[in-house]
Ligand binder design. Structure first.
Ligand SMILES: NC(=O)c1ccc[n+]([C@@H]2O[C@H](COP(=O)([O-])OP(=O)(O)OC[C@H]3O[C@@H](n4cnc5c(N)ncnc54)[C@H](O)[C@@H]3O)[C@@H](O)[C@H]2O)c1
Length: 311
């Protein structure tokens, strides 16, 4: 990675925390600025004197402008991230994901930023799809969250076309790993329930499948895309779907017999996506994206992190 000064919006959340560790490992000389409003930060993170932390909101243009000043690249992770919350309050999703992203792109243009990476979503962009989802498919978001991310993608494309601002939109699959303690995603939920000795509820019969990608693999993809200044839309997942039944089997093996894994089944929820399967071929071609962590190994690392946190 060339010497850079990178602004990471939302850098104190789940993916941002992992990305910072990854960048630190690969290129310790890279300067990092984080803009985060503290709404969903990972609890208990130690202060890091090597990072310029700016407490601010992406909806505040002055704050974004200050944070972007002097940077060479931006990774834009800050966002309203919850589908259910977006259904309850569609305006918030718009303000944060559409308007907030417009601020980030405006600030990038003003600051002469060389490259922007933006976090979008695969699942919420397509809902149920028969085969693997890929970049040539027409997005059909079924939640305000998905719609706000699609607006974000549109602005990124428009800023490339109108102002020559290169950007890579990354549509993430279901990301899991350490530092996910506050996440509502299935794997974080499973581990929290197991540690609390609480049962796990599966809606439907467990046949619904998701593409689970280990956060280190995803972060490597982000870093590789920055290295080559990739531009366009890319799907970042593991490339293969796993049913919840298979996931539970693997989780059972990872936690071992000393921990309870009580599963209860409830009727399907309306609108439940039955299958998400991501094609990662375009990212593989563009920046050699190649997730390496098998699901069981990733679950093991994540479980170990949850256990260490408990102690
Ligand atoms: N985790 C996943 O599986 C997944 C899947 C698809 C897309 N994404 C996208 O990736 C990005 C990062 O996800 P994550 O899982 O790390 O989320 P997260 O909620 O853990 O982190 C988001 C961070 O952004 C900050 N933030 C939220 N609103 C902000 C605002 N208005 N201004 C400034 N900071 C703000 C939060 O405090 C938090 O630190 C999000 O944009 C999300 O939509 C994540």
């Amino acid at each position: 990675m060339a010497r850079q000064k990178i602004l990471i919006t939302g850098g104190r959340g789940f993916i941002g925390t992992n990305l910072i560790r990854r960048i630190r490992d690969k290129s310790p000389e890279t300067e990092l600025v984080v803009l985060d409003n503290g709404s969903m930060t990972v609890p208990g993170l130690p202060a890091d004197a090597t990072i310029v932390d700016q407490d601010g909101d992406i909806r505040d243009m002055a704050a974004v402008r200050r944070a972007a000043s002097g940077c060479t690249a931006i990774v834009h992770l800050a966002g309203q991230t919850r589908v259910v919350e977006s259904i309850q309050d569609p305006v918030l999703g718009f303000e944060v994901n559409a308007r907030g992203t417009l601020n980030v792109l405006l600030a990038a243009r003003e600051a002469g930023i060389e490259h922007v990476v933006l976090a979008s979503t695969g699942g919420a962009m397509f809902g149920d799809a028969a085969g693997p989802i890929h970049e040539d498919m027409l997005p059909m978001p079924s939640s305000p969250y998905g719609a706000s991310k699609l607006a974000m993608e549109g602005y990124a494309h428009a800023f490339a076309g109108s102002y020559g601002l290169p950007s890579a939109v990354m549509r993430f699959a279901n990301v899991y790993g350490p530092y996910s303690t506050r996440k509502g995603s299935i794997i974080a939920h499973l581990f929290r329930q197991i540690l609390a000795g609480e049962p796990i509820t599966i809606y439907g019969d467990g046949s619904q499948a998701r593409d689970f990608v280990f956060v280190d693999d995803l972060c490597d993809g982000i870093v590789e895309a920055m290295d080559v200044k990739a531009s366009g839309i890319f799907h970042l997942g593991s490339g293969s779907p796993t049913s919840l039944t298979e996931l539970l089997e693997k989780v059972g093996r990872v936690i071992g017999p000393d921990w309870p894994l009580e599963v209860r089944y409830a009727p399907w929820r309306a609108g439940e996506v039955r299958r998400t399967h991501t094609s990662i071929a375009k990212a593989a071609r563009a920046f050699r994206y190649s997730p390496k962590t098998g699901l069981e190994a990733g679950l093991q690392a994540t479980w170990q992190w949850f256990l260490d946190r408990e102690r």
